[in-house]
Design a protein around this ligand. Structure first.
Ligand SMILES: Nc1nc2c(ncn2[C@@H]2O[C@H](COP(=O)(O)OP(=O)(O)OP(=O)(O)O)[C@@H](O)[C@H]2O)c(=O)[nH]1
Ligand SMILES: [Mg+2]
Length: 288
């Protein structure tokens, strides 16, 4: 079963995959067990080592084709799971230029479900919008070895046309971009798409409301869109701290010395702690 990760750059996609893998191999996944890994998981092992050193992950390269491919057992049921880890650049280009990356489009059409990533600290009150946020974040975060993708011609044309009008899709607020993404996505699918909304860097949310309350307060347009499209986009919201804290400002003292899989945590839509696998379990149930 394939689940696709949807999120622009630095929204926490790879960090969640690393934390999921850490939870699975170290038996912190409740009643879900890993039966075997099917594909190369070196990028996930490297990610766990980085988390162990209290370092954030490098950005995923645009041409990366890494995936978390595993067989999981849940009770008597064994499922094959395939979660490709694509760069958020691809989604950003789609939203800016209205042109889908062919691989991403194929994944979206065939996916049994998706996770949509919103990064809590980039949507805090007073933040101007995604463009400014991403630019400032990307200038301070560790860069991967890959150069940014060459924008294709259609992207350049779209950008120059919109620049003449003094407007660019990148100027849209983050929740409008998320709605835009979901609308474009539903245009490409006839079947409903179960959607787990992942609010990443949940450790930066303070005081901590429930993820449902956070969504309606900070991403109101998206929240309303989801409510009115619940038949085509059945969804659930989760707050996730894949790192367990903020490496830049320092981990809480009680977490220093803990293994990465014991630091990472998740809260369900009501704010109750659950295993990191719960979005996967929810998606599996919704997709069956
Ligand atoms: N405080 C905090 N920050 C986090 C957490 N998870 C991710 N981040 C921050 O978010 C950044 C991006 O995380 P990634 O997982 O690399 O994001 P991505 O969506 O894979 O990004 P691309 O590969 O560029 O598409 C990290 O460098 C951290 O600064 C978390 O649990 N807590
Ligand atoms: Mg990544």
């Amino acid at each position: 079963m394939r689940f696709v990760l949807l999120g622009e750059q630095a929204t926490g996609k790879s960090s969640l995959l690393v934390a999921l893998y850490g939870a699975l191999v170290n038996r912190r996944a409740g009643d879900v067990r890993i039966v075997r890994t099917v594909d190369d998981v070196e990028f996930l092992s490297r990610g766990l080592l980085a988390f162990g050193r209290q370092e954030s992950l490098r950005r995923t390269e645009v041409d990366s084709d890494a995936s978390l491919i595993v067989e999981l057992a849940r009770g008597d049921q064994v499922v094959s799971l395939d979660i490709p880890d694509r760069s958020g650049e691809l989604l950003k280009h789609m939203l800016d230029a209205r042109v889908w990356d062919p691989d991403l489009l194929a994944q979206i059409r065939s996916a049994a479900g998706a996770m949509l990533f919103l990064r809590a600290d980039l949507l805090a009150p007073g933040k101007a919008g995604p463009k400014a946020d991403f630019d400032s974040v990307l200038s301070t975060e560790p860069a991967g070895p890959t150069e940014p993708a060459e924008p294709d011609e259609s992207a350049e044309t779209a950008e120059s046309e919109t620049a003449e009008l003094g407007w660019h899709p990148g100027l849209m607020p983050a929740d409008a971009r998320a709605v835009d993404l979901l609308q474009s996505l539903l245009d490409q699918r006839s079947r409903p798409l179960p959607l787990a909304i992942i609010v990443s860097a949940w450790d930066r949310v303070s005081p901590s409301p429930s993820p449902t309350a956070w969504l309606s307060e900070h991403v109101t347009l998206l929240d309303q869109y989801l409510a009115s499209n619940a038949d085509r986009l059945p969804h659930a919201v989760f707050g996730v701290s894949a790192q367990g804290g903020d490496f830049a400002t320092g981990l809480p003292s009680q977490l220093i010395g803990e293994d990465p899989w014991d630091r990472a945590y998740l809260v369900d839509s009501d704010g109750v702690r659950d295993t990191l696998l719960s979005p996967i379990v929810w998606l599996l149930d919704a997709a069956m």
